[in-house]
Design a protein. Structure first.
Length: 178
């Protein structure tokens, strides 16, 4: 299958390579729109999208299902609920949609904290350049990073089939990959 040419064509994503192309499309759209929602806004939108998977009847749907979630997350109402991030969750603990939802909320809370700390350093006149635990501060750079990691990872075989945990592993890598 040919990789999607527009973000609306998420339904054409059938493989890891297709998702890489799709992430780059989402990145380009975000950069062109000069979106000010931020990474945390995108993640909170994804938390909203994941609500429909909580009853266990909605299938993950492989690479296509992940692309669909990302497509919907870009415009979903970001319902911030920091309590979802308690207790802290890591990617190794993700086994279902509810766990991924908590993990995505944990990432959103962590990103917001990271940006606050960087801004506070800058406000005190301290260097805030390469600081922080997030490699990128904009959605388009983060999506580019995710795509680059996904294209280059030597652990690609561990991402098949797509599982809730493998998505969390991708997000963990995208957070720090440069």
């Amino acid at each position: 299958m040919t990789a999607p040419k527009t973000v609306e064509a998420w339904h054409r994503v059938e493989s890891r390579a297709d998702l890489v192309a799709y992430l780059l499309l989402l990145s380009a759209e975000d950069e062109a729109a000069r979106a000010h929602r931020g990474i945390d806004g995108f993640l909170w939108g994804w938390v909203t999208v994941l609500e429909r998977h909580l009853d266990g009847t909605a299938a993950l749907g492989g690479w296509r299902g992940l692309a669909c979630q990302l497509y919907r997350a870009r415009t979903a109402e970001p319902r911030q609920d920091p309590a979802l991030a308690e207790p802290p969750t890591d990617e190794d603990a993700v086994s279902d949609a509810a766990d991924l939802r908590r993990y995505v909320a944990t990432l959103a809370v962590d990103f917001a904290r990271d940006r606050r700390e960087m801004h506070a350093r800058a406000a005190r006149g301290l260097w805030a350049g390469d600081g922080g635990s997030w490699a990128h501060g904009t959605p388009h750079a983060w999506l580019d990073s995710w795509a680059a990691w996904l294209a280059a990872t030597p652990w690609a075989h561990e991402l098949q089939p797509v599982t809730w945990r493998s998505i969390a592993e991708q997000l963990s890598a995208a957070q720090i990959y440069e």
